[in-house]
Write a protein that binds this ligand. Structure first.
Ligand code: MN
Length: 212
């Protein structure tokens, strides 16, 4: 039986205060910051955390998700939201840490999103770990790119994007995008992506999402 009290606490858990984070960095006169999270973050910025309970319906095997949640509510990923002002011309950036694991046969992944301003791109650079960037545009064109250390992937304008961890260690990626791009999670939440990344014979394979 799930503990609803724990859920409620989680939902209202302290979300990093945007202003608090924003005020630590000089967005108008330059600043340095350390993103090697394996050695510790040099600033006091807090991460935003996503637990399985917050995205259980995004996995194909909802039954497997339910079984995991009967036992625990694993942290799937967390990311630094530095509070970049959402002004035209600014570049928001940060780091996402996506943990290893699976729900049924499907690897841990981020929620993924379109940008509200659809015509804005994004760059991801992999610091450590292995995985995929899974992308699709509103017309249903799909693209998957491998994520590997010291490689950048360009997420083109108009493509929703989600990262998937297919390895045994945290997948750590640096990202940067137009600060006023905005995030649209809803569109992709209803049906999910056209493609999903699952383990087959011990290896990751990209398969069509049967929900489509
Ligand atoms: Mn984005």
């Amino acid at each position: 039986m799930r503990d609803r009290t724990a859920d409620t606490q989680r939902d209202t858990a302290k979300v990093p205060d945007r202003e608090e984070n924003m005020n630590q960095f000089d967005w108008d006169h330059s600043f340095l910051c350390d993103f090697d999270l394996k050695k510790g973050f040099s600033q006091k910025a807090e991460t935003t955390k996503r637990y399985l309970s917050q995205m259980k319906d995004m996995y194909y095997d909802t039954e497997a998700a339910g079984k995991i949640l009967e036992q625990e509510d694993p942290l799937i990923y967390e990311f630094y939201e530095l509070g970049c002002p959402e002004r035209a011309g600014d570049l928001a950036f940060g780091t996402t840490i996506l943990y290893p694991g699976k729900v049924g046969g499907e690897y841990y992944m981020t929620k993924g999103h379109f940008h509200t301003q659809l015509e804005t791109a994004e760059v991801y650079y992999t610091l450590s770990g292995q995985g995929y960037m899974v992308m699709e545009n509103p017309e249903g064109d799909t693209v998957e790119m491998p994520l590997a250390p010291n490689q950048a992937v360009y997420v083109p304008r108009r493509y929703a994007h989600r990262t998937v961890n297919t390895g045994n260690e945290p997948l750590v990626v640096f990202f940067t995008f137009a600060a006023d791009a905005g995030h649209d999670y809803g569109t992709i939440e209803t049906k999910g992506y056209h493609k999903m990344v699952v383990e087959k014979d011990g290896k990751p394979v990209i398969v069509p999402n049967p929900k489509w």
